[in-house]
Design a binder for this molecule. Structure first.
Ligand SMILES: *Cc1c(COP(=O)(O)O)cnc(C)c1O
Length: 233
């Protein structure tokens, strides 16, 4: 199947999952995850209607940035503080903020550019050792610390990567734990905080994520096929 056909299929599955949850599919943003894939494939996806793309490495954003058609770039992977400066003026949303140190650096670089950077807090609700993100218990204090000290950051929501499961339904409880936190803040916007995105769900588990309230799904494999990490992009 072509990239365009894959996107059409994802959109129809997304819309059906939304309907089952009593929601409208248009409320759920499809972010195409383009890591390891060349700019030509990304442009094909953009021609097929993709408006938002996600990368998990700073270097890949820099390598492809000039070749990719106008689109919103999302930084979805672990971000080292010393690399914030390279992407601060290129991405519209950073999904992976999981420490005050990183937020502080984003705030500093955003201030230098005279912008306010939109971020999500990455919550590792399954507390997997191998994953980045803070625990559900740490979320409130990180949010408060950022609100107090980072005027050039606007917190737009939360992101979660569920553990890989043979049965995607197993991810539901991890998504639900993050949705509970999300709802508390979504109902109470204030200066520096305006929740709009609950970023949950990948190729394997996005229907479950939508059932649990996700409104931003990050899909790579189901659009572009399997990744070959040895291939030079
Ligand atoms: C790679 C990646 C995805 C997409 O994963 P697929 O299983 O290929 O859909 C989503 N989110 C993050 C953070 C990723 O690194």
């Amino acid at each position: 199947m072509s990239i365009k056909e894959n996107i059409e299929k994802i959109n129809s599955v997304k819309n059906a999952a939304a309907r089952r949850a009593g929601r409208d599919g248009s409320e759920i943003l499809l972010c195409a995850v383009t890591k390891t894939h060349p700019a030509s494939d990304i442009n094909e996806a953009i021609d097929a209607g993709i408006t938002d793309i996600g990368e998990n490495k700073v270097q890949e954003i820099l390598d492809k940035y000039d070749e990719v058609k106008p689109v919103r770039w999302h930084m979805i992977g672990h971000l080292q503080t010393n690399k914030v400066k390279y992407i601060i003026d290129k991405v519209s949303l950073i999904h992976s903020v999981d420490s005050y140190k990183l937020a502080e650096e984003i705030n500093k670089r955003a201030a230098q550019h005279g912008i306010v950077m939109d971020i999500l807090i990455q919550v590792n609700s399954a507390m997997e050792e191998s994953k980045f993100g803070i625990t559900t218990d740490e979320t409130d204090s990180l949010i408060e610390e950022i609100l107090k000290n980072c005027p050039n950051i606007r917190i737009r929501g939360l992101m979660c990567i569920a553990p890989f499961a043979e049965n995607p339904g197993d991810a539901a409880k991890y998504f639900r734990a993050v949705k509970e936190i999300y709802d508390r803040y979504a109902d109470a916007p204030r200066e520096g905080l305006d929740f709009k995105y609950l970023s949950m769900g990948m190729s394997n588990d996005f229907e479950t994520a939508i059932a649990e309230g996700s409104n931003l799904i990050r899909i790579g494999t189901a659009i572009f096929g399997a990744r070959n990490y040895n291939k030079i992009v």
